[in-house]
Each structure stands twice: as structure tokens, then as C-alpha cells.
Design a binder for this molecule. Structure first.
Ligand code: CTP
Length: 399
């Protein structure tokens, strides 16, 4: 992706260097344009070294214009990011001014524009600034990244901080992604569940939640309103996604079944424990007191229950997407599971062996629907999530 990064003059300008590094590291091509104010905080040389490209600073710079003209630069960009964006820059942009290289390029570009404001919290809250922000946010093709709250460089506490690079990059990806799920509500389950034996022991499985979290991130990127119900994981919920942490299969069952009806798509990516100990001890059992035989009872099958309520050809309920973790006969067992649980779609993946899906960053899956089967991968979980949600969006559209 070709990213034009505009840097304006705030103390957060140094964070634009981290953003440049992160973009280059993931393979994006970056060209940086700096306002005069930005150059008071950080030098063009920093961005030149980090981006590997000359940095634009002046609108009437014959050297830079011979390298790439400002109109050409506006056409070159797949996406424009301004981080940090100061109140002054935002005001000039909203007034349609083109009094420096960055504002000129912004008026000339047709690429989506992501604005990441950062400033003193009183300035951010000022009615004039908020009026300008509202104007930008309403404009098609413009995306505003809300500033973080916390202690600011001026020692005041409040909203105004430039968010972490990963949040800014996520906003960039969202601005570029086709909005296949715009207006859709998507509920995703992820991770394992834990079934307590006593306060010190539980039954669980090796699911890390990576697949479900990738699905949540990509669904949000595609424009969906996403709710993520996650068992215990070490992963951070993606920005912009409503996150509901749960522990047990029964907690997950309640979180999912109470919300499913108001959803357009439900994806059960969680590795729900099928069984729980029949007796849960309130206090820790000693080695000698614990029985070597554990009596179990069945947990609710969430997907099967949703299938009984919303499965089949009735399109009034949500589209149900199941997962199947299989060691052998992946496609055949996946198809049988899809039919048994009355899911509209099912993603079958392999567990066990060197290419096990559990915990891996990439894997291969078979995407099954009533009409088709599609093998995808090996691919990253984010790429798999994109394919899965593209198929789900297409089915949902045709229902
Ligand atoms: N699932 C569920 N509730 C359960 C168990 C599984 O909702 N109690 C969902 C999973 O989230 C997944 C699908 O059902 O979408 C299949 O999960 P999997 O573990 O492969 O299947 P099981 O039903 O446990 O069948 P088996 O272990 O016998 O293969």
C-alpha cells in the first residue's frame, strides 16, 4: 500500500516516526510531507531515513517537484494519513485552504484520508475544533481517529493524545478495506473456555483466540459493528470492537444466546469445552483428597442451539458460521458437523501435527457452505478471516 503520511506541528510529531517505521516494516511504501510546524519538532532527515524516500516540505521546492510533483503525489497515494493533525492544520483543511504542500495535496487527492488529531485537551474540546472534526467525520472518504485520553505532554489530563501506532494503522486499513459489512452487526466468539475443578485447577484446551480475534478485527475493518465474546486469552481486543470476556462455556452460552437474535452474522470460532466437572469444589483440593476419576457433565452446545433457532432456509435470524477442529477427514467431518448443527456455513481446520491450527499464526482451512467448498491457505489468520467474511457477506447479501 502506498501511504502518504502528513506530519503537522505538535509534540506528538515524534510518534509519526514510529508510525513510519511500523508501516515500512509491514511492507508499505511511505512518503512523508511535513508542515513548517512539524519541522520545529523533528527533522525531515529522520523521516527520509525511515521511509527511504525524500521528504516534502515546501510547495515551491523545485528539487522536490522534479522528484514528484504535488499533483502526482496526490495521485500516487492509496491512502493519506495525517498524524498528528493539529487544530491549526484541521482548521486550514476545513476552510479548503492550500497554503502549504500538505493541504494542497489533500485538496488534490482522491484517496481516502485518515486524520489522527493530537493536541491539548482544552483545545480538543473547544467547540470550533469539534465543529471542524464533525465536518471531517461526515465527509465521505474522511476518517477521524479519536485521540486517546491520559496525561498529555502539557501535564493536563484528558483526551488529546495520539493513539498507539497499531491503532492508527488499524484505522488506515479500515479506510482502505471494501465496506462489505457496512451496517451489519457481527457477533464473534473466540478462544477457549475454562471449566473449574477447584479454585486452582480447570479443564481447558490450547485455543489462543487468534482466529476469532482476527475475524473481529477484519469484520470491524469491513464496516461491521462487532461484538467479541472471548474466553481467557492473552490477546488485546481490537480497537473499535465491543469486547465481552467470559470464562466458562455456560457464560459464553449466555453471552451469545442473549445477543444472537439482534445480529446479522454469528461466528462461533471459540473452542468451547464440551464437558465440565460435575462437582466444582469451592476450596482447593489436596493431592490426596482429589479423586483420580473426574465425573463430567455436558456443556450446552451453543452453535447447535443457535442452529435449532435460526438455522435452515429461514433468513430472518442471523447467518450462522461454525468452525470445526478436526484431525482427519476434515472436509467430510466438517460437512457432517455443519448439517448436524444446522449452520449456514462452516470453516473446517486441522488440529494436531506440525500444521495444527491451534496457536499458529497461519493455517489452511476449508470453507464449506450449502453449495460450495473452498480450500484456502496456507495463509495468515487475518487473510483467512478476510476470505471467510467475504463468503459470509456474499451469502448474507443473497438471503
Ligand atoms: N461449539 C459450541 N458449543 C459447544 C461445542 C462446540 O458452540 N459446546 C461450536 C464451536 O464453536 C464450533 C463448532 O461448534 O463452531 C464445532 O466445534 P467442535 O469442537 O469442532 O465440535 P464438537 O461439537 O465439540 O464435536 P466433536 O468434538 O465431537 O468433533
Amino acid at each position: 500500500m502506498k501511504v502518504l503520511l502528513g506530519v503537522t506541528g505538535g509534540i506528538a510529531a515524534y510518534k509519526a516516526a514510529e508510525i513510519t517505521r511500523a508501516l515500512v516494516k509491514r511492507g508499505d511504501e511511505v512518503r512523508v510531507v511535513m508542515s513548517a510546524g512539524a519541522r520545529e519538532f523533528i527533522t525531515p532527515l529522520t523521516f527520509q531515513v525511515l521511509s527511504g524516500n525524500p521528504v516534502g516540505t515546501e510547495i515551491f521546492d523545485p528539487n522536490y517537484e522534479s522528484e514528484i510533483g504535488h499533483i502526482e503525489l496526490a495521485r500516487w497515494a492509496d491512502v493519506v494519513l495525517v498524524a498528528p493533525a493539529t487544530a491549526n492544520f484541521i482548521a486550514r483543511l476545513c476552510a479548503g485552504m492550500s497554503d502549504d504542500l500538505l493541504t494542497t495535496v489533500l485538496l488534490a487527492t482522491r484517496a481516502p484520508v485518515v486524520i489522527a488529531p493530537a493536541m491539548n485537551t482544552q483545545m480538543w474540546g473547544h467547540v470550533f475544533v469539534q465543529r471542524n472534526i464533525a465536518m471531517l467525520a461526515e465527509h465521505p472518504g474522511y476518517h477521524v481517529v479519536d485521540p486517546d485520553s491520559g496525561e498529555l505532554a502539557c501535564k493536563e489530563v484528558g483526551a488529546g493524545r495520539l493513539p498507539d501506532p497499531e491503532v492508527v494503522l488499524e484505522a488506515l486499513d479500515r479506510a482502505r478495506a471494501p465496506q462489505l459489512l457496512a451496517g451489519h452487526r457481527v457477533l464473534i466468539s473466540a478462544g477457549p473456555t475454562r471449566e473449574a475443578i477447584d479454585p486452582a485447577r480447570f479443564l481447558s484446551n490450547p485455543s489462543t483466540g487468534k482466529m476469532g480475534f482476527a475475524l473481529a478485527r477484519v469484520a470491524h475493518r469491513m464496516g461491521a459493528r462487532v461484538t467479541l465474546v472471548a474466553g481467557p486469552t492473552t490477546l488485546r481486543a481490537p480497537a473499535g470492537v465491543e469486547s465481552i470476556p467470559v470464562n466458562t462455556a455456560r457464560e459464553m452460552h449466555s453471552a451469545i444466546t442473549t445477543r444472537a437474535e439482534s445480529m446479522d452474522i454469528v461466528v462461533m470460532a471459540a473452542a468451547v469445552a464440551d464437558w465440565r466437572p460435575k462437582i466444582v469444589n469451592d476450596s482447593k483440593q489436596t493431592k490426596s483428597s482429589i479423586s483420580p476419576t473426574l465425573e463430567l457433565e455436558a456443556n450446552p452446545d451453543i452453535l447447535a442451539e443457535l442452529g435449532a433457532r435460526f438455522g435452515g432456509s429461514d433468513a430472518s435470524g442471523p447467518l450462522l458460521v461454525g468452525f470445526a477442529a478436526e484431525s482427519d477427514y476434515i472436509k467430510e467431518r466438517g460437512l457432517a458437523k455443519m448439517q448436524r448443527k444446522q449452520a449456514h456455513m462452516l470453516v473446517a481446520n486441522k488440529i494436531g501435527g506440525p500444521d495444527s491450527a491451534f496457536g499458529a499464526d497461519s493455517s489452511s482451512v476449508v470453507i464449506l457452505t450449502a453449495e460450495s467448498s473452498m480450500e484456502v491457505g496456507p495463509a495468515t489468520k487475518e487473510e483467512l478471516a478476510t476470505r471467510i467474511l467475504q463468503v459470509a457477506a456474499a451469502i448474507q447479501k443473497s438471503r
